[in-house]
Design a protein around this ligand. Structure first.
Ligand code: FMN
Length: 372
């Protein structure tokens, strides 16, 4: 199952186990290194440290990061901020190790620590995102949760933005599921005022989009024109991921004061499409929906088919050539299919059906296929 696949590496227990592993490796490993670096370096052919002070100081610092990881292992929720320090510390260590390996030819032995720390800076960041948004786990669990006890109108509004059609396909399939269970589903795509949010895109468009996403500069969109007293009982918001966050045109829906009242007291759901990194952007949508008074009953995220780094390059090639499976010279590496799978689209239909059939506080459950 597409959704489950994107979840498999992420349960809390796995993150805790990974913290324990690096705690033992950092603390135990550095203690071992400090005590036995002479015979070990002789055995591996590593030159003796030129600066013993720097060597022991780095080892001592790395030992401390092991203690930090152990504290996170013991009480993850109470030590979230330590993960920020750990992720940053490990990223900086990895950066300098790669730099000195490439430009100053340090021994490969040190590179193994750099790779380890680079991997762990990502693991710590992912664990932090999970700890900051524990509700994402149950929202994505495959269920749809209980809705609000308002008069069911069986009308849904689907809001989104899509450059390369992945979000559009997702929304259309959710709408299909909703309609099959008696809902009316209106899809509205936001229209950015700035014209460079487009596909096909020039290199300059891409640079503008990516740099603005990196700096999180808000976008302006044309008014949606939805009054606060609309009769939709369900609103679904879709966003793709840009630079590990939700996209500016979708975020503009929430930032525009004219839309501040449209989610209040309504059931709401989130859909994310991404090459691979969906958690933060989904957390952003869910938080916005909640901040605007929506009752979030479910969330789904779908990632592109393929494996890394193939799907990253396949995305870039698709943005350049506007076609999947090219350049042909990279056959076997570049994905023949761009974007989310057919299986993911079938799950979107199911999500739409489940949303339409959701339980509501104090309202009897609807019989399948019978509009109220
Ligand atoms: C400017 C830009 C930045 C992107 N950044 C990320 C990213 O940080 N992480 C990720 O997983 N995908 C990233 N993607 C990939 C999109 O999230 C992915 O292609 C998505 O399916 C696009 O949805 P759409 O076709 O509805 O626009 C980026 C795409 C673009 C165009």
């Amino acid at each position: 199952m597409e959704l489950l696949r994107s979840f498999i590496p992420l349960p809390r227990i796995v993150f805790r186990a990974l913290c324990l592993i690096t705690a033992l490796a950092n603390a135990g490993g550095n203690l071992f290194l400090l005590l036995f670096y002479r015979p070990l370096f002789e055995l591996l052919g590593v030159p003796m440290p030129a600066d013993l002070y720097a060597f022991t100081a780095v080892s001592g610092f790395s030992f401390t990061v092991g203690v930090l990881a152990f504290l996170v292992f013991l009480e993850p929720e109470a030590n979230k901020s330590l993960l920020i320090v750990g992720a940053l510390g490990k990223a900086i260590y990895a950066f300098f190790t790669f730099y000195f390996y490439v430009f100053h030819g340090i021994h490969w032995f040190y590179l193994t620590f750099g790779v380890w720390d680079a991997v762990y800076s990502v693991i710590f960041t992912l664990f932090l995102i999970q700890l900051l948004s524990p509700d994402l786990t149950y929202l994505n669990s495959g269920d749809v949760f209980t809705g609000l006890a308002r008069l069911p109108t069986n009308k849904a509004l689907l809001l989104g933005f899509s450059l390369t059609d992945q979000g559009r396909k997702g929304l259309e399939h959710i709408a299909k599921g909703l309609r099959s269970k008696g809902y009316t589903a209106d899809i509205r795509y936001v229209k950015p005022v700035e014209s460079f949010f487009r596909f096909p895109m020039s290199l300059l468009d891409f640079v503008r989009m990516i740099s603005r996403a990196f700096l999180r500069i808000p976008a302006r969109i044309h008014p949606l024109g939805i009054p606060a007293d609309h009769d939709y009982d369900l609103i679904i918001v879709e966003s793709q991921t840009w630079m590990v966050g939700m996209t500016a045109p979708v975020e503009a829906i929430f930032q525009d004061p004219a839309n501040a009242g449209i989610f209040a007291g309504r059931d709401a759901a989130a859909l994310n499409v991404a090459r691979g990194a969906w958690r933060r952007s989904q957390a952003m949508i869910v938080r916005w929906l909640q901040r605007r008074g929506g009752n979030v009953v479910g969330a789904r995220a779908f990632t592109h088919v393929g494996w890394e780094p193939s799907r990253l390059f396949s995305l870039w090639f698709y943005l350049i050539f506007r076609k999947a499976g090219v350049p042909k010279i990279l056959d076997g590496f570049v994905q023949k299919h761009y974007g989310i799978s057919e299986e993911a689209l079938a799950e979107c239909v199911q999500f739409g059906e489940d949303l339409a059939m959701r339980k509501r506080l104090g309202v009897p459950a609807r019989a399948a296929g019978v509009p109220q």
